[in-house]
Design a protein around this ligand. Structure first.
Ligand code: PXL
Length: 275
């Protein structure tokens, strides 16, 4: 009999184009060797050119998915992506407490505060930003905003590594245990420098910048790879370093698909050539 792998839960939206959201999370969990489970929050209609619209899932169906898998299969780590509405966020926060996920329990919880697609299409109703701050950040083991999300959540405009530190401090004020301020959108910098902090340690993680426009699903893939490492019991700094190495390879191997932005790809992780 084979050993049961660790489990990871993503609470996020579906991307019909298969590049981001639930689809990116599941294939990352698979590639990282954990069993992926899902609580779908919304169904987006999209392709490589952008998001044409979305429909949210009823709140009680979102929370029932979380309870169902937590009660029977167990969750070793969880993450959130697109949450769509304030009502969903409030209900998810309460449900996470019930099933001991997040800082109030013992199960690591990563918040990727998804607000918009990379095309700038909104994935979060406007009033929901405050709910991310008040309901999710205080429960989070780690939050992983990009620079647009940092500005929306804290008002801090990051322009260099100095202001990245100010952003980390502003985010920590909102209550998460750790923050990862992703610097990938600082295009003037020839390296991608992310800053990880718990308020005591400030760790700069620098990596290569690849010359590709195909980065759809990059944030989701990073947060999922970190969540998978946390599910395996790795401490946060190790999990983040592992996640960063993973996403770097996925960006290096991103491929064009459709007329717009193609997805990052974890295909390289498959040990056998399935072509
Ligand atoms: O990459 C952020 C993201 C998350 N979730 C869904 C998305 C996107 C970006 O398009 O569509 C469902």
């Amino acid at each position: 009999m084979t050993t049961t792998p660790r489990t990871a839960l993503t609470i996020a939206g579906s991307d019909s184009g298969g590049g981001a959201g639930i689809q990116a999370d599941l294939r990352t969990f698979f590639a990282c060797g954990v069993h992926g489970m899902t609580a779908v929050t919304a169904v987006t209609v999209q392709n490589s050119l952008g998001v044409q619209g979305f429909s949210e899932i009823p709140v009680d169906v979102v929370t029932a998915q979380i309870r169902a898998v937590a009660a029977d299969m167990g969750v070793d780590a969880a993450k959130t992506g697109m949450l769509a509405t304030a009502d969903i966020i409030h209900a998810v926060g309460k449900t996470l407490d019930e099933v001991h996920i997040g800082r109030n329990g013992r199960i690591p919880f990563v918040v990727d505060p998804v607000a918009a697609s990379m095309h700038g299409d909104s994935l979060l109703r406007e009033e929901a930003l405050d709910a991310i701050r008040t309901e999710l950040f205080p429960r989070a083991t780690l939050v992983t905003p990009n620079l647009d999300e940092v500005r929306l959540l804290t008002g801090v405009a990051v322009t260099d590594t100095g202001s990245q530190r100010a952003a980390a401090d502003a985010l920590l004020e909102l209550g998460p245990q750790w923050v990862l301020v992703k610097g990938g959108h600082l295009y003037g910098n020839p390296r991608c420098v992310d800053l990880l902090s718990d308020g005591e340690r400030y760790v700069e993680l620098a990596g290569p910048r690849y010359d590709t426009e195909h980065t759809h699903g990059g944030g989701d893939t990073l947060a999922s790879a970190i969540t998978a490492a946390l599910a395996k019991g790795r401490p946060v700094p190790d999990a983040v370093a592992a996640g960063k190495r993973f996403i770097e390879r996925c960006v290096a191997e991103a491929y064009p698909l459709g007329a717009g932005v193609g997805p990052v790809s974890p295909f390289w992780r498959l040990s056998q050539d399935n072509a």
